[in-house]
Design a protein around this ligand. Structure first.
Ligand SMILES: Cc1ncc(COP(=O)(O)O)c(C=O)c1O
Length: 400
């Protein structure tokens, strides 16, 4: 159990706390589910890119799924080997592609015909052969929030199956492209296994037909997306997930690349914030805390549910909104949740904040980003210092 009072005393609030033991356990569970096959668990760095967290995952033999050259550099700095790093993303800049080629990562996930041409051009310029994979959009409804659904033709990600075929043939005939993988990712926070099965079957069929015509595909990249419990969702067991993918891949002897983000880190993270005031506007009760939407955006962005709790507090519970100090009505962590009366200084824990939490934070309202702390084997340590006012103005001050 994490001693939230001690955490607040030691590190102040607002604060992100990560339970590294929990996160390790989640990573190992997924790794085990795929252990019967050659596989790379390429952690999706976008979910939480803290260097200490990446270093811990590197020690468990993680690979990395990155969506910018910045994430690739983070992964390398943390000790994740280049041959386990893949580069995804719908809009990579020339500099990013060139640098990824120079760094010799495992492969680049290409998301459009135009991008394939750019990668070929840039590889030619460097006198290199670019290892690529093509992100196939299987046009399947993942049944998740529209903002995190990515596998429908109406989404901006990947290319349809027919386009992908043409791109593979083109790449196979190029002296500067080496199509080594195939990729799909249909969405995030997936709680229904059927769309995953359907997508895997479609992409595995395409893979067989490509191998038949001489494309030497070696990596089957199934993306990420495994959902977690925020409230009372029923989720997919890693074993069932792995079995669904393996059964779709019958007869294909390929290395599986799996890109989990949320599954690994979401429930190992807590956002800790302090009560500043309570107030009522008519019948409505508000608990105003020192953390804001700039620190944890998910509730404001997706109307996402996070379980909240007031530490060590008893008393008659009444509905309240927990809101931050940012000048936006959308600045909230919870709405109409039944909570006991609070006093200034009480601690509020926002659960399941390990994924898409700190990484989406900003300095909106000139608020410094919170500190990050790791808890491991009963002790805690700072893994990112709280930002200061000087950090906020560092890039401007020289122009005054
Ligand atoms: C290509 C790709 N891989 C992996 C992920 C990680 O998803 P999740 O955190 O849901 O596992 C994402 C998330 O958007 C993605 O776009």
């Amino acid at each position: 159990m994490i001693d939230f009072k001690k955490m607040a005393q030691t590190y102040d609030t607002p604060l992100y706390i990560y339970d590294f033991d929990h996160i390790k356990n989640r990573f190992e569970t997924l790794k085990k589910a795929f252990k019967a096959r050659k596989s790379i668990i390429a952690y999706a760095v976008k979910a939480n890119s803290n260097l200490s967290l990446l270093k811990m995952l590197a020690s468990l033999e993680a690979g990395a799924d990155c969506v910018s050259i910045g994430e690739i550099k983070r992964a390398l700095l943390a000790g994740i080997p280049k041959y386990k790093i893949v580069f995804s993303g719908v809009g990579k800049k020339d500099e990013e592609i060139s640098e990824a080629l120079k760094l010799d990562i495992l492969f680049i996930n290409v998301e459009s015909e135009a991008e394939l041409e750019r990668v070929e051009e840039l590889a030619r310029g460097l006198g290199k052969k670019a290892r690529i994979s093509i992100r196939v959009n299987p046009d399947i409804d993942p049944k998740t929030h529209p903002y995190i659904s990515t596998g429908l033709s109406q989404n901006k990600f990947g290319v349809d199956i027919e386009t992908a075929k043409g791109m593979y043939l083109k790449a196979n005939n190029s002296s500067f492209l080496e199509p080594v993988g195939i990729h799909f990712h249909i969405g995030s926070q997936l709680t229904d296994i059927e769309p995953i099965k359907e997508a895997a079957v479609k992409v595995a069929d395409l893979t067989r037909s490509l191998i038949k015509v001489g494309v030497d595909i070696r990596f089957f990249d199934v993306g990420g997306g495994l959902g977690v419990v925020y409230d009372n969702e029923s989720t997919i067991e890693p074993y069932d997930y792995a079995q669904a993918i393996l059964s779709a891949m019958k007869g294909l002897d390929l290395t599986i690349v799996c890109e989990p983000g949320r599954y690994v880190v979401a429930n190992g993270g807590y956002f800790l914030t302090r009560v500043l005031y309570e107030k009522r506007n008519g019948d409505k009760r508000f608990i105003i805390v020192d953390g804001g939407m700039n620190d944890l955006l998910r509730p404001s962005l997706y109307n996402a549910y996070h379980k909240v709790e007031i530490v060590d507090k008893k008393g008659a519970k009444e509905p309240a909104d927990i809101v931050g100090p940012v000048c936006e009505s959308g600045d909230f962590f919870a709405k109409e949740v039944k909570l006991p009366p609070t006093q200034r200084g009480d601690l509020v824990v926002v659960h399941s904040a390990g994924a898409y939490g700190f990484v989406m934070s900003s300095n909106y309202n000139s608020r410094p980003r919170p500190a990050e702390v790791a808890v491991e084997k009963g002790s805690s340590r700072l893994i990112r210092a709280r930002e200061s006012f000087e950090d906020l103005i560092a890039k401007e001050i020289e122009f005054l």
